[in-house]
Design a protein around this ligand. Structure first.
Ligand code: GLN
Ligand code: ZN
Length: 751
């Protein structure tokens, strides 16, 4: 007999209506004190725990809360503070936020995507630090849940191997020594939790889904052996997610009480079938998709659980989501405008917990005890499959699209029309979305102002900013994206096949949330999406205005794609729709078109064996969208990171005339890759960090430019910020761009 429990692995922090975000931003603005920030977020946190308790979840995660990011929390609690923030008291909130956001004399810590998600974590900088445990956050949140709500929570911490692997500021050969330095701190955390009465702890090691070397896997074995030798009184469930675990037999043999596996992504079921599962361990079966918002097919999940049970035959089986629910919105109940068929097909965090509970009950008491719920799920899924969204299948071109003429020739022709100076300056697309912009959009959405009034407002903003950009003397201007809330949602609203929610927000980085559209069925282009705004901007200036689109890979990655749709086919459909938009822009006289692909790298599968297929599909889609323009039309793309070593071939394969990338936060690491590969096309250097309100100094901007010029030809470079400016305030944006243009002009003079 197997005993069945339910568990959650992490709950969204942000609140049903992004209350968390609002509190944190109010604190940053100085509108509330740190005391009230703590009070407000505590209320929210306890409320989240209560909901999980009411839902009947047996293992409720605690310590999944954060004021910004849980990896930053972990680093700070180990006193791993970048040297430039050393003067701070590490445990107060303003110092914590300073590391994440930067301050006058110190640039923010680097931020990177969490595995293949759009959640960003703050990269710990180990160099020069002496780890000590200055606070035990897991313990704090464990005790809080117990005292306030009488919940015996399951503390969640990120494991030592994942933590160090994700950190920077050390040589590869020092991995083991850094892990060993942290190990005593982990043991202290665990022992203190045991003393406080915690019976379980969830240690997340998603790194186990990546390709670890023999040495690294030995390190994992040594780590959990050491913990087992030194800590008693608490049971560890070692949690992995996002992929098939590599080295399955060695992982399941580790001296921990339980192993949590993802049964939605990758193929852990095959491993269990092949190798079985240790009889003395608890199996956490991640069967509800924590990365998607679609309602689960309960019949299918029930069958999956039975297959798992049969293959693994564990004494204890825990029914759980495939990963933390951090990656999905809170609840679908607030959605009042959605097509009922779509709404009925959805399941956000709260509804997923409900599904977990239904499946747990079905296993405990038999399926008939929850028959109605099974019936409802079946009905909802079938309604969606038979809806208009799925009615016709548009033809998909499978051609190997390529630009007609090689880059070198294109560059000459483009330069002949554009006549840009050396080191041309530009921005990435969006300009500050002031409160007024957001308020006006809300009014328009509510019907308080007419379409015409809204359009006029957007045009006024665009006009004002074309003037500002001309005054700044930027070389290539943008229309500013004032009409867009979000770079993916906007296209989701206009393309056929998508639906958009009102409250379907998920955390992206810090307080920034995004609202991914729902990709329900076949994607089609119906009419021009961006032409009106961009052509208007171009009509106001003699300088070139860059058309601005989001690319197919990014639209796919940042949408919640229905599980019944073949991803690569949908990606091609999006690409073909975008091609029509690209051609429509070209037709109205736009000579530069940027197709953003910031999600290209993040979408990389954890398992390298899957990379070639992913790259092929991504490159093909980008080319489908962009390769049919005239040679004179300049295609840009943008990615807000700089580690191109592993994806270089794909980047080159996109064949974009200009690629703008991040350079400032990573301190120029990318140049190496481009230099080594003798990259010939143009590169836009993201010379300052837009994720921080800080205005860069002329010296550092110059240094960022000079560093790149040391190895790559000056003719190849453009100068720009490292991403769009929509989250920044107007004054700081103008000040920063002024400095940027000044730096570019200064360097230009030397040639
Ligand atoms: N064009 C987009 C913008 O400027 C790009 C955003 C991004 O890369 N995330 O907002
Ligand atoms: Zn970007």
């Amino acid at each position: 007999m197997t005993t069945i429990f339910s568990a959650n692995l992490g709950y969204p922090r942000i609140g049903e209506k992004r209350e968390w975000k609002k509190s944190i931003e109010a604190f940053w603005q100085g509108d509330i004190t740190d005391k009230s920030l703590k009070e407000q977020t505590k209320k929210l946190r306890l409320n989240n725990l209560k909901k999980q308790k009411e839902q009947g979840i047996d293992f409720i995660p605690v310590g999944d809360f954060s004021f910004y990011d849980h990896i930053l929390d972990t680093a700070v609690s180990f006193n791993i503070i970048p040297e430039r923030f050393n003067h701070h008291n590490p445990t107060d909130l303003s110092s914590y936020f300073a590391i994440a956001r930067g301050e006058t004399n110190a640039v923010a810590a680097e931020m990177t995507k969490w595995f293949n998600t759009n959640y960003h974590y703050i990269v710990p900088e180990l160099k020069g630090t002496t780890p000590t445990l200055i606070e035990n956050r897991a313990l704090y949140y464990y005790e809080e849940a117990k005292e306030e709500l009488n919940i015996d929570g399951k503390p969640v911490i990120v494991g030592p191997v994942t933590f160090v692997k994700l950190a920077k500021g050390y040589q590869e050969s020092e991995l083991e020594s850094w892990v060993n330095r942290l190990l005593p701190l982990y043991q202290q955390i665990l022992s203190e939790l045991a003393t406080a009465g915690a019976s379980w702890v969830q240690i997340d090691e998603p790194i186990l889904g990546t390709n670890l070397s023999e040495k690294e896997i030995q390190l994992v074995e040594q780590v959990y052996q050491t913990i087992d030798n030194n800590v008693s009184g608490i049971q560890i469930i070692l949690q992995t997610y996002f992929e098939t675990v590599q080295h399955y037999e060695r992982i399941t043999a580790l001296p921990v009480k339980g192993i949590g596996l993802d049964f939605v992504h990758g193929d852990n079921l095959a491993l269990i079938k092949k190798f079985g599962f240790p009889s003395d361990k608890v199996l956490g079966a991640g069967i509800i998709n924590g990365r998607n918002v679609w309602r689960a097919d309960l019949d299918e999940k029930y069958q999956l659980l039975q297959d798992i049970q049969q293959a693994a035959n564990p004494k204890t089986l825990i029914v759980q989501p495939s990963c933390s629910l951090l990656h999905v919105p809170v609840t679908k109940h607030l959605e009042e405008k959605l097509d009922p068929v779509v709404k009925d097909g959805l399941s956000f965090a709260n509804e997923k917990l409900e599904e977990l509970q239904i499946l747990t009950t079905a296993l405990q008491e038999g399926k008939q005890s929850v028959e109605n719920a099974f019936e409802a799920s079946k009905q909802a899924i079938s309604n969606l499959n038979q809806s208009d969204y799925r009615s016709q299948t548009p033809a998909v071109a499978k051609t190997d699209a390529k630009r007609e003429i090689p880059f070198a020739e294109r560059k000459k022709r483009q330069q002949a029309t554009l006549k840009l100076p050396l080191l041309p300056t530009t921005t990435i697309g969006s300009l500050p979305q002031t409160n007024e912009v957001k308020r006006t959009r809300t009014k328009w959405r509510k019907g308080d102002i007419s379409d015409q009034q809204y359009n006029e407002f957007v045009e006024d903003e665009t006009r004002r900013w074309i003037q500002i950009q001309e005054d700044l003397d930027l070389d290539v201007l943008v229309h500013g994206e004032f009409e867009r809330t979000d770079m993916v949602e906007y296209f989701g609203e206009k393309l056929k096949g998508f639906a958009v929610t009102e409250f379907g927000w998920v955390q992206s980085y810090g307080s920034r949330c995004v609202k991914p559209p729902l990709l329900v069925g076949n994607v089609e282009w119906e009419k021009a999406i961006t032409v009106k705004e961009i052509a208007y901007a171009q009509s106001l200036t003699d300088k070139p205005v860059k058309g601005m689109l989001t690319g197919p890979v990014t639209i796919l990655n940042w949408s919640f794609v229905h599980e019944g749709l073949p991803r690569f086919t949908v990606q091609d459909q999006i690409a073909l729709a975008l091609e029509k938009e690209v051609l429509a822009l070209e037709e109205t006289g736009i000579n530069i078109i940027q197709v953003d692909e910031p999600a290209l790298r993040e979408g990389l599968p954890l398992d390298r064996l899957k990379w070639p297929a992913y790259f092929d599909a991504a490159v093909n889609a980008f080319q489908l969208a962009t390769s049919t323009v005239k040679p004179e039309t300049q295609i840009h793309t943008h990615m807000c990171y700089s580690e191109f070593g592993e994806i270089y071939e794909a980047i080159d394969g996109l064949d974009a005339d200009v690629i703008s990338i991040e350079t400032s936060r990573s301190h120029g690491e990318m140049v190496e890759t481009f230099e080594k590969n003798d990259y010939k096309k143009d590169i836009g250097l993201g010379v300052y960090d837009i994720h921080s309100p800080r205005v860069p100094t002329l010296q550092e901007l110059e240094a960022n430019i000079q560093r790149a010029l040391e190895t790559i030809d000056v003719e190849q470079f453009w100068i720009n910020p490292d991403c769009g400016l929509k989250t920044r305030r107007e004054a700081e944006t103008i000040a920063a761009l002024e400095k940027m243009v000044e730096a570019a002009k200064k360097v230009r003079k030397q040639y």
